[in-house]
Design a protein around this ligand. Structure first.
Ligand code: ATP
Ligand code: MG
Length: 400
């Protein structure tokens, strides 16, 4: 008996001509995320992806990593035998005796059609076989055990339940974007959402060192180590923002400070995005969450953008965002205390309904182009690898 992980990728099937490209992205990502772990070959196999396991393969770690690969609908750790009914029954007997249950259902599928029994006939025959050996009841709704069997090209894969995949589209299949990453709860979730749609996400963080601490920058790096598990490595631009803030504080009305900070972030981020050949900016804004995120202010901030500004959390409540942050593993780091540059010099009554003209008037005393240039001149670019050693999010949910 051999063992393998059988991976299914539903959404990719919908993509017509692009399918091969998506499959290649997925396969490449699976190979890379499993690098350094002992496995057999990883390859495409009749509309599936197969990770062959060897003696000593760390199955638990492999499944935890696979649960973070976008584009996977579900996967199963399977035993593999030749697609012959006697071999299947013998292996099924072993699988059945490895678990205890009072009710069960069979979930047999025929991936290719050369096997003589169709899935219904297989379900009936193998269901009767399991019942005969155990006396357990067949139950379609809420069975205690589900025995999955897939027959593909002369090979039969048997497994206990499928593990839910991360869904979405494979990393790298959706183009490049630049995320504005603060040390907060929202922006890492927004970046993750874009990764889940297949984007490669680059990041920019604005810091006000020496007004803010180096620890705050370290926190952003830690966050990115966690986020990078979903795309394996990330580019981080660290941009000094103190000069921009000092000038805004000195020359613009206090009520508009945060809006002007944001407009500068957008201008600088666009310049970074062009260097990285990213097509859009991403922020963690959620409508109405704070004063700078009213519809009027979002409009005033977006007015300086020439690229699309994507706000994947715009319709989410904080609780929903926190739930995702916990699930992807960023929450515990996000809530550690830090000093965000935007919390500096905040007036008691920030403007909640600025319009672009008002913001332009407020900026008329500033040398916008020079401030953007100076910030870029002081920026650094680094590449952060995925940190698989920090605690990982829970492995995939059971999905049977
Ligand atoms: P977050 O939890 O992402 O910090 P927030 O609810 O605190 O969001 P704001 O602080 O108003 O909201 O920030 C809105 C968005 O602006 C953030 O989600 C992020 O995309 C961007 N942003 C804010 N501060 C920074 C920063 N220092 N560097 C990069 N981007 C930032
Ligand atoms: Mg914030």
């Amino acid at each position: 008996m051999k063992r393998a992980i059988l991976i299914h990728y539903h959404e990719i099937n919908l993509k017509g001509n692009n399918r091969r490209w998506f499959e290649a992205c997925l396969e490449r990502h699976v190979v890379r995320i499993l690098a350094g772990l002992e496995t057999g070959s990883v390859r495409r196999f009749a509309g599936r992806l197969l990770v062959e396991l060897v003696e000593g393969s760390p199955v638990e770690e492999i499944t935890r990593r696979l649960a973070m690969v976008f584009g996977i609908a579900n996967f199963a750790v399977a035993r593999e035998v030749p697609a012959e009914i006697e071999a299947i029954e013998a292996e099924l007997a072993a699988l059945v005796s490895s678990t205890s249950f009072r009710s069960f259902k069979m979930d047999c599928r025929r991936g290719t059609k050369e096997f003589p029994l169709d899935s219904q006939q297989l379900n009936r025959r193998l269901g009767a076989f399991v019942q005969g050996r155990t006396g357990a009841a067949v139950r379609m709704e809420g069975p205690e055990a589900v025995f999955g069997i897939e027959i593909v090209k002369g090979r039969a894969f048997l497994f206990l339940s499928r593990i839910a995949g991360a869904g979405g589209l494979p990393s790298g299949s959706g183009g490049k974007v630049l995320s504005l990453l603060s040390g907060g709860i929202d922006s890492p979730v927004a970046a993750w959402r874009m990764m889940r749609r297949g984007c490669r996400v680059h990041h920019v963080h604005f810091h006000s060192y020496p007004h803010t601490t180096v620890e705050s920058q370290e926190k952003v790096r830690r966050l990115l180590g966690i986020l990078s598990r979903f795309q394996l490595e990330s580019t981080l631009w660290m941009v000094p923002f103190a000069e921009v803030q000092r000038e805004i504080v000195a020359y613009a009305p206090p009520a508009l400070r945060v809006i002007l900070y944001r407009r500068f972030m957008v201008r600088i981020a666009e310049a970074v995005a062009r260097r990285e050949k990213a097509a859009a900016l991403v922020t963690g804004d959620s409508l109405g969450q704070v004063a700078s995120q009213t519809l009027d202010n979002i409009r005033t901030i977006s007015a300086v953008a020439t690229m699309p500004m994507l706000r994947p959390l715009i319709g989410n409540d904080k609780e929903e965002i926190i739930r995702i942050a916990r699930a992807i593993g960023t929450y515990e780091t996000s809530i550690q205390p830090d000093q965000d540059c935007c919390s500096l010099f905040i007036p008691r009554h920030p403007e909640t309904a600025a319009d672009p003209e008002k913001a332009e008037r407020a900026e008329s005393g500033l040398d916008v182009a020079r401030l953007v240039e100076n910030a870029l001149a002081g920026a650094t670019r680094e590449t952060l690898p995925a940190d698989f050693f920090a605690p990982l999010p829970e492995g995939g949910r059971r999905n049977d």
